[in-house]
Structures are given as structure tokens and as C-alpha cells.
Write a protein that binds this ligand. Structure first.
Ligand code: NDP
Length: 247
């Protein structure tokens, strides 16, 4: 096993986040995530504990700089300095642009993109001082190719990769790698909320012939972590069953 690290996975209680938390814990890392609803998070934590995964939970809203900074402090008090950060928390507020309210635009940009500033800024100085870090953004296929009804979401997800490739340049000489993962359609609540006939049409466009699983995204996160991956930085890893084969 590679060295045990402290990992913070934002939005860890969701579909993909849960798989990432469990995979990192199974690799021997000390893992934390944030919550907004304590009761829900305690139930989630107990369920994982029963499966043998010990995940620390701290309060935190990644859309607020103050709350995200307090979240990082909470993790550092419980486990020690954050060495691995996975910016995974995200939302959708879908509608065509001409009907989109300023609120629908701002909520998505704030949760998906401003969160990258809010959660990363409190950990970057420590990573630079310790000369080791891993920062991974969970973006989306729709940030690469756009999507009808998702101008806000696609803009936020494309922005995450712009953030990645700039921070990767600034951080490389400090032993910190910064990468993006762009998942295609994964069978979580976010996607299962889409009507079944629409999902069937999506699956028909995927060369592999099915939606992805959260574990397949979690596997990719773990790929970026070991010292053997130290030369991989500024990358955008598409994991989408062949649905989109661009950058
Ligand atoms: P889920 O809706 O299952 O989980 C989202 C998680 O983010 C939840 O834990 C949620 O917590 C948390 N969250 C949302 N807003 C905030 C906030 N302001 N502060 C803190 N936490 C917040 O989504 P998925 O697991 O499907 O998606 C995870 C990531 O993967 C997202 O960024 C998504 O855009 C991306 N993605 C998903 C794909 C898919 O097909 N599912 C495809 C491509 C990308 P709470 O319970 O409090 O709301």
C-alpha cells in the first residue's frame, strides 16, 4: 500500500462521492467529507461504518468561502493536514438558457465552480509548504461538449478544467498535481432523476452500451494519487464509455 494520506472529498455523501470515499478508505487513506444536513450525514456515516469504512464528517457548504474554510479546519483538527482534495460536490438546475433565471445560473456556478476556490484556497498553502498534494476536480462530459438545457452546468464544469490547468502550472514545482476527471453519465440520483426513456436514449449513444458506475469514477480518482502518478498534472481524464472522445 502507498502512504496513508488525509483526504477530503467534498459532496462525499452523494452517489459518486460515496464511492470515492470508500475507495480511498479501502486504500488506507484517512477520509473526510462535508455535510449540510447532520441527521442525514450521521445515518450515511453509520451505514458505511457497518460496511467497514470509517469516514469523518464535518459541517460545510462549499458554496460559501467561510463555511468551506471552517470545513477544512474541521478536517485538519480531526485528521491532520489535508493532502488529497477531491472537489466533487455539484448540482444541476437545468433549463434552456432563455428561460434560465439569474438564480439558476448563480447557484450552479457557485456550487460547482466557486467551490473550487472555496475548498482549495484553505489547503493550498499547506500543500506547498509540505511539497506534496493531490487536487482533483470532478467535472463532466457536458463541460467538454455542452448540453441542451445546461448552459449554467456546462459553463461551471468547463471552468473547473480552466482552474485545473492554471493551478497545475502554479503548483507543479511544489510536488502538487492538479487534474480533472470528466465523467460521462453515471447511474446516481442525479441521473436516475432523468426520465427512463431519456436515459435509454443516452445509453444508446454510449459505445460501451451502458451508464457508468460510481466505482468506475472512484477508480480514476485513485489512479492520480500514488507517487507513480507524480508526472500526471493538468490532465483531463474522460471516463464516459466512449460517449465523447475529445479533449
Ligand atoms: P449527487 O447529487 O448524488 O451528490 C452531490 C453531493 O454534493 C451531495 O453529497 C451533496 O450534498 C453535495 N453538495 C451539493 N451542494 C453542496 C454544497 N453547496 N456544499 C456542500 N456539499 C454540496 O451527485 P453525483 O454523485 O451524481 O455527482 C457528483 C459530482 O459528479 C458532481 O459534481 C456532478 O456534477 C459530477 N458528475 C456527475 C455525473 C453523473 O452522471 N452522476 C456525470 C458527470 C459529472 P447534500 O446531500 O447536502 O445536497
Amino acid at each position: 500500500m502507498s502512504q496513508s494520506r488525509v483526504a477530503l472529498v467534498t459532496g462525499g455523501t452523494g452517489g459518486i462521492g460515496t464511492a470515492i470515499c470508500c475507495r480511498l478508505a479501502s486504500l488506507g487513506h484517512r477520509v473526510a467529507t462535508n455535510y449540510r444536513n447532520e441527521e442525514k450525514a450521521l445515518a450515511w456515516q453509520a451505514e458505511l461504518k457497518a460496511k467497514g469504512f470509517d469516514i469523518t464528517i464535518v459541517p460545510g457548504d462549499v458554496g460559501s468561502p467561510e463555511s468551506a474554510a471552517a470545513m477544512v479546519r474541521g478536517v485538519e483538527e480531526a485528521l491532520g493536514p489535508v493532502e488529497i482534495l477531491v472537489n466533487n460536490a455539484g448540482i444541476t438546475r437545468d433549463t434552456t438558457f432563455h428561460k434560465m433565471s439569474a438564480m439558476q445560473w448563480q447557484e450552479v456556478i457557485n456550487t460547482n465552480l466557486n467551490s473550487c476556490y472555496n475548498a482549495t484556497h484553505p489547503v493550498i498553502e499547506g500543500m506547498r509548504n509540505r511539497k506534496w498534494g493531490r487536487i482533483i476536480q470532478i467535472s463532466s462530459i457536458n463541460g467538454q461538449k455542452g448540453q441542451y438545457g445546461q448552459a449554467n452546468y456546462a459553463a461551471s464544469k468547463a471552468g473547473m478544467h480552466g482552474f485545473t490547468i492554471s493551478l497545475a502550472q502554479e503548483s507543479a514545482k511544489f510536488g502538487i498535481t492538479v487534474n480533472t476527471i470528466s465523467p460521462g453519465y453515471v447511474a446516481t440520483d442525479m441521473v436516475m432523476a432523468v426520465p427512463e426513456e431519456v436515459r435509454a436514449k443516452i445509453a444508446a449513444q454510449i459505445p460501451v452500451g451502458r451508464l457508468g458506475t460510481p466505482d468506475e469514477i472512484a477508480y480514476a480518482v485513485s489512479f492520480f494519487l500514488p507517487d507513480e502518478a507524480a508526472w500526471i498534472t493538468g490532465a483531463n481524464l474522460s471516463i464516459n464509455g466512449g460517449h465523447y472522445m475529445g479533449w
